[in-house]
Design a protein around this ligand. Structure first.
Ligand SMILES: [Zn+2]
Length: 165
């Protein structure tokens, strides 16, 4: 059960230096960002080392998928680059063929990376997903920020120290 808390302004008070995810003593601040149109709201949320490691952890399946994606994206990029090179070289422009071939390979690799990267993120472990969802900016406007806390106990403590006057 998550808890949604709305605060005034954009500078929340985080209760007692506790980690947003597990309530243990926090060691670092993590930037939480939300974008709405062309407006960006950023807050610094406290996390402990353990939960930070969880947020960054990659599951074995995720690593496996990323390796596979990297290999197949590279092959695809090389094939597309080589094909471009032969097409242009046939017209008697080898130098252009080489340059265009490299350019096409880079573009294909970039596009495939953008497609496969979010896919790999889907293989995150439930623990990592939970740590990533510990705090989120749900909404904001010019005078309020609405935050969502996965840990209800933390959310209640947070609501208490940020109560509107
Ligand atoms: Zn923690």
């Amino acid at each position: 059960m998550s808890l949604i808390v709305q605060i005034q302004g954009e500078q929340p008070i985080f209760p007692g230096n506790a980690c947003v995810h597990c309530l243990q003593p926090a060691t670092q601040q993590i930037e939480i960002v939300q974008v709405k149109g062309d407006v960006v709201r950023k807050i610094q949320a406290p996390f402990c080392d353990e939960c930070l490691a969880l947020r960054r952890a990659k599951s074995p399946r995720q690593i496996q998928f990323e390796r596979l994606a990297l290999a197949s994206n590279t092959v695809l990029a090389l094939v597309a680059g080589a094909w471009t090179y032969t097409q242009v070289s046939d017209l008697g422009r080898r130098m252009w063929g080489l340059l265009l071939g490299i350019l096409v390979a880079l573009i294909v690799f970039g596009i495939m990376y953008l497609i496969t990267q979010p896919w790999a993120a889907g293989f995150r472990s439930p623990e990592t997903k939970a740590a990533l969802q510990a705090i989120a900016i749900k909404d904001f406007n010019w005078d309020t920020t609405t935050l969502e806390f996965a840990n209800k106990e933390y959310g209640e403590r947070f609501a208490q120290v940020n109560r509107k006057e």
